[in-house]
Design a protein around this ligand. Sequence first.
Ligand code: XIL
Length: 346
Amino acid sequence: MRSSIILPAAALIPSAAANFHDLAVAAGKLYFGSATDNGELSDEPYVAILSNTSEYGQITPGNGQKWQYTEPTRGQFDYTSGDEIVDFATTNGQNIFRCHTLVWHSQLPDWVSSGSWTAAELTEIIQTHIANVAGHYAGQCYSWDVVNEALDEDGTMRKSVFSEVMGTDFLGVAFKAAAEADPDAKLYYNDYNLEWAGDKSQAVIDTIIPAIQDAGARIDGVGCQAHLQVGNTPPRADLASTLQSYIAAGVTEVAYTELDIRFPSLPPDDAGLAQQGDDYAAVVGACLDVEACVGVTVWDITDKYSWIPDVFPGEGAALLYDEDLAKKPAWTSVSSVLAAAATAAL
Ligand code: XIL
C-alpha cells in the first residue's frame, strides 16, 4: 500500500548518487549485484567501485565456493576462499549473497569425477558435500545455485559423473540436501542459454523442475546465467516471456545470475558499444518487467577481470567498465533503464 503521507517528489526520487542497486530496489527488485573473486580484492581502485553498496548490493563468489576449493580431497573441507569474499562483502554492508555452486560437472575435483561409484556411494558423496558446504554458510546465503549446468544444448542431460551414475536422481538428492542444510536459502537451478525459448529452456520446464519436485524436494528458482553476445541478445519482451515460462512451470522466482554481453571480435567500435548498451538494457528491462525476477548479477564489473577472454579466445569487452575501470556506454544504459523503472514505481 502506498503511504498517504505526501512527500515532495525530490524526497522520493532516488538521488543522483543512487545507482544500480538502489535504483533496482526502488523499482521493486531485491538487488543488483556482481560476482567477484579473491585475487581482485587487493586492487584498490576496483574495490572502491565494487564496494559501493548503492551500485552493488549483492555479491556472488566467482570461484571460492566451488567443489574444487571447498572439498579438494574427500572429507576435507576448506572455506578460506569463499569466506574471504563473504567477509569482504559483509564488511561493506553487502549482505545479499548468491552462493555458487554445489553440484557442477566443472571445477569438480578428480576424486569425484574419476571415481567409479555406485549410485548409493555418489548419493552419499553429494549429501556429505552439501551438508558441509551449505551447512558452513547456513543463514548467510540468500540463495544457492544447488545444481549448475546439468543440461546440454539439445535439452538432454549433460554427460557427467552425476548423470551417468544417477540419471536425473542426483537433482532431487542435491536439492533435498541443500534444503536440510540451509532451510532459509532459496534453492536454484542455474544454467546458460536459458534466456530464450528453445530446447534447453523447455528441458528446465519438462525435466529439471519435475525431477526435483517428483523427488519430494523443493526448487525455488531458475537462474539464467545470461552469458550473451552483442547483437545476438533476444529482445526484452522475449527475454521476459521466457522468465515467465519458468514461473508458470512451478518456481517462485527467477534471476539473471551471471550477466555479461561479449563482443565476438575486438576491439569494439562506437556503434558496437551502443549496441551493447541496448542489449544490457533489454536484459535488465526484462527482469524489471517480470515481478518474480528478483535481481540481476553481472559476472564481475570490469573487462579487466572478465572470464570471457580465457574461455572464448578473441572475444570479450563484455562488462560495464572497461579494462581501465572507465564506465562504458552500457553502464549508462543500465543506469537509465533502472532509473526509469524506479521513477515509474513512485
Ligand atoms: C568461471 C569463473 O569466472 C572463472 O574464473 C573460472 O576459471 C571458470 O568459471 N558459468 C558459471 C561460473 O556458473 O561459475 C563460471 O565462472 C562461468 C560460467
